[in-house]
Write a protein that binds this ligand. Structure first.
Ligand SMILES: [Zn+2]
Length: 261
C-alpha cells in the first residue's frame, strides 16, 4: 500500500477566480487545475499566479508531464511561460508536452519561441480528437462558443472519467460531449448575461441535470458569482438536481476516490 499516494487521483484547484476583475484583484486566486492521475501530473490553464500557488502547495512543475491550455485568454494562460520553464527545469531537461489550440501559437503567441525547444513537443488541440499522456487519455470533444478557439476536456483514467467544461456560452452540444463521473464547470456568471460567452448558474443547473455526474464542481467565479456565495449556490443546486454539487475553494484538493463512495 506504500504507493497509495502515487496512485490516488487528485485535482488541486490552484485558484477559483475567473474573468478580468476577479483575476486583477486576486480576491480569489487564479492559476488553474493541477491533476495527479495515477501518478501522471497535468496542469490545465496556468492563469496568473500559477507558479506562486503551485510552489506554495509543494506541487512540483518538474514532475509535470504536460500543460494543457483550454484557450489563450490571459486568465488561463498568463503563467504558461514560467510553468513551461519550470517543467523543463529552466530548460536543462528536455521534457514535457504542451497541448494548445492553434490560435494560441499564431500571431501574438502566448508562449515564447525559445521555450518551445525545451519541450518534448507541442500538440495542437482540435475538435473531436483524442490525445494521450502516459496511460491517461483525453479528448477535446467539441469546440466551445467563446471569442477565441476554446476546448474543454474529457479525461479517462483506469478508474474514472472526468470532464472540464472550460469557458463557453451554453449550447446543447455540451450535453452530448461531457458525460462523466466528475464534472468541473467554469461558472463565471451568477445570472445569465447573453452578451457574453460564459456560463451562468442556470446553465450549470441545466448541464448537471442533463448529464447527472456523480459529483459536479463549480469554479472560475466572476465577482457577482462570488458575492452570491458559491457554496450556498452549490448547496441549492445539490437539492434541486439530486447531484452532489461542490463549489471549489482556492487550494481545494479533490480526491477522485470520493466518486466511489
Ligand atoms: Zn476565456
Amino acid at each position: 500500500m506504500e504507493n497509495k499516494n502515487l496512485l490516488s487521483d487528485t485535482i488541486t484547484f490552484l485558484g477559483t477566480g475567473g474573468a478580468r476583475i476577479m483575476v486583477s484583484t486576486q480576491i480569489l486566486a487564479s492559476g488553474g487545475l493541477w491533476l495527479n492521475l495515477s501518478g501522471i501530473e497535468i496542469l490545465i490553464d496556468p492563469g496568473p499566479g500559477c507558479i506562486v500557488q503551485s510552489t506554495k502547495r509543494k506541487l512540483r512543475a518538474d514532475k509535470l508531464s504536460a500543460i494543457i491550455l483550454s484557450h489563450r485568454h490571459l486568465d488561463h494562460s498568463a503563467d504558461i511561460n514560467i510553468m513551461a520553464e519550470a517543467m523543463t527545469q529552466g530548460g536543462f531537461k528536455h521534457r514535457g508536452w504542451l497541448f494548445t489550440p492553434a490560435d494560441a501559437l499564431e500571431n501574438e503567441p502566448v508562449i515564447f519561441s525559445y521555450l518551445k525547444s525545451y519541450l518534448e513537443g507541442i500538440e495542437v488541440l482540435e475538435e473531436g480528437k483524442s490525445y494521450s499522456i502516459g496511460n491517461i487519455s483525453f479528448t477535446t470533444p467539441i469546440r466551445h462558443i467563446h471569442p477565441v478557439e476554446t476546448y474543454g476536456m474529457l479525461f479517462k483514467t483506469r478508474e474514472h472519467t472526468l470532464s472540464y467544461i472550460a469557458d463557453t456560452r451554453y449550447f446543447d452540444g455540451l450535453l452530448k460531449s461531457y458525460g462523466s463521473e466528475l464534472l468541473i464547470i467554469n461558472v463565471v456568471f451568477f445570472e445569465p448575461k447573453p452578451a457574453f460567452d460564459h456560463l451562468s448558474v442556470p446553465d450549470a443547473k441545466r448541464i448537471i441535470t442533463e448529464l447527472k455526474p456523480k459529483v459536479a464542481i463549480l469554479t472560475h467565479f466572476g465577482m457577482p458569482m462570488w458575492q452570491a456565495r458559491p457554496w450556498e449556490i452549490a448547496q441549492r443546486l445539490s437539492q434541486e438536481t439530486g447531484v452532489r454539487v461542490i463549489s471549489a475553494r482556492d487550494g481545494m484538493r479533490f480526491d477522485l476516490s470520493q466518486l466511489d463512495s
